[in-house]
Design a protein around this ligand. Structure first.
Ligand code: Q46
Ligand code: ZN
Length: 310
């Protein structure tokens, strides 16, 4: 099969664009889209400090490489932050990849662990909780640590590897769970606060499969193992459904993302007054409630309560 642009040998077919691309034209398209996304959403300004949340998986590793190359044209500072949740047989492998790749690019890299910050690993929490809702505990604690860790590394923004598939899944999950406020907030908090480091998602228009192909073509080493807790999640179900729909109706994921981007400003305007920013009574971090989710969760785990088990 030949490339639709140059008649060279095609390495990939993009069903949503009915296009075959050769290695060179695929790389060019992929990088151009990444740069256009940064520009369109004004994600990075000259001189800013960006922390990339690096897991060692394909999305964040490719993101780090792309950001590193972008620095040639747009000067900014780049550091990498990895959160070690304490998942046996999984995280240590991806940590090794993260370390190796950051080192190869000369990027300052720090690891922050659940264990150091909360005195518990995710595995330990799951033992106490009978294996229930791993991603809910993991998500709250990880988000909290990414925020505080990025701040400790003097970052203005944290870049996360969420790709088109993640975005489409998240939008659908919030719709199915009737969580319009979460849709309104998705991406950035509604209230600006210095202690909340803004998140950017430069890969939000990049399909997962293309990220994997880009990594392979550019010899970026990756950690391909999946988190052992992932299959329990509602997300896994939504992912399967969306992949099936995408196969039958190519472009569905892009259309979900674009609908969301069109609706979100309206959702935000519809929130009559922004919720008042409070500060957690325990840790003093910004929070919507008197005590933040992170501290409430830690207390609940330690005391053996049932906040999430209902
Ligand atoms: S690491 Fe944590 Fe993920 Fe594993 S427990 Fe769930 S949220 S799946 S991206
Ligand atoms: Zn707190």
């Amino acid at each position: 099969l030949k490339c639709s642009k140059c008649a060279g040998d095609a390495v990939i077919f993009l069903p949503y664009a009915k296009t075959h691309l050769c290695e060179r034209d695929f790389n060019a398209m992929f990088e151009k889209r990444f740069r256009a996304t940064i520009r369109d959403f004004k994600m990075i300004k000259k001189g800013e400090h960006i922390a990339v949340a690096l897991s060692g998986g394909k999305d964040s590793t490719v993101l780090m490489h792309l950001l590193h190359r972008l620095k040639e044209d747009l000067p900014f500072e780049l550091v990498a932050v990895t959160i070690d949740e304490g998942i046996k047989g999984y995280r240590s492998n991806s940590l090794a990849v993260a370390e190796k790749e950051a080192k190869a690019l000369g990027i300052e890299h720090k690891v922050f662990s659940f264990k150091d910050r909360t005195d518990m690993t995710l595995d330990g929490i799951m033992e106490k909780k009978g294996g229930k809702l791993p991603c809910s505990y993991c998500g709250v604690i990880r988000r909290y640590l990414i925020n505080t860790a990025s701040r400790e590394m003097n970052a203005d923004k944290v870049a996360v590897g969420h790709n088109l598939d993640d975005m489409a899944q998240t939008v659908m999950m919030n719709l199915m769970r009737n969580e319009p406020m979460r849709l309104a907030r998705l991406g950035d908090p509604i209230v600006e606060e210095e202690k909340l480091i803004a998140r950017i998602r430069p890969l939000l228009r990049s399909p997962e499969k293309e990220i994997a192909v880009y990594a392979m073509l550019n010899n970026i080493s990756l950690h391909f193992q999946e988190c052992p807790y992932a299959r329990h999640a509602f997300r896994a179900h939504v992912r399967e459904q969306l992949n099936a729909t995408e196969e039958r109706y190519p472009g569905t994921k892009f259309r979900i993302l674009n609908s969301f981007l069109a609706i979100q400003p309206m959702l935000r305007r519809g929130i009559e007054s922004a919720p008042e920013m409070k500060y957690c009574k325990t840790c003093k971090e910004p929070s919507g409630t008197e005590q933040c989710m992170f501290c409430t969760m830690l207390e609940e785990i330690k005391e053996g309560g049932a906040m999430l088990n209902k």
